[in-house]
Design a protein around this ligand. Structure first.
Ligand SMILES: [Zn+2]
Length: 51
């Protein structure tokens, strides 16, 4: 089961066609999550501490 998104209603639904008649689409996942971004900085900081 996948969550779909109606751009028109700005609503999440499980139906391929929204109740408004608009075709729903899969919400695009973010390329990088903010957690990963900070994780990278954390790793760099750790490296610098160990030097
Ligand atoms: Zn809709």
């Amino acid at each position: 089961m996948r969550i779909l998104y109606c751009k028109k209603c700005k609503k999440f639904t499980l139906k391929q066609t929204c109740s408004c008649g608009n075709k729903t689409e899969q919400p695009k996942p973010a390329k990088f999550s903010p957690e990963d971004k900070w994780g990278k900085y954390r790793r760099v900081a750790k490296k610098q501490q160990s030097l």
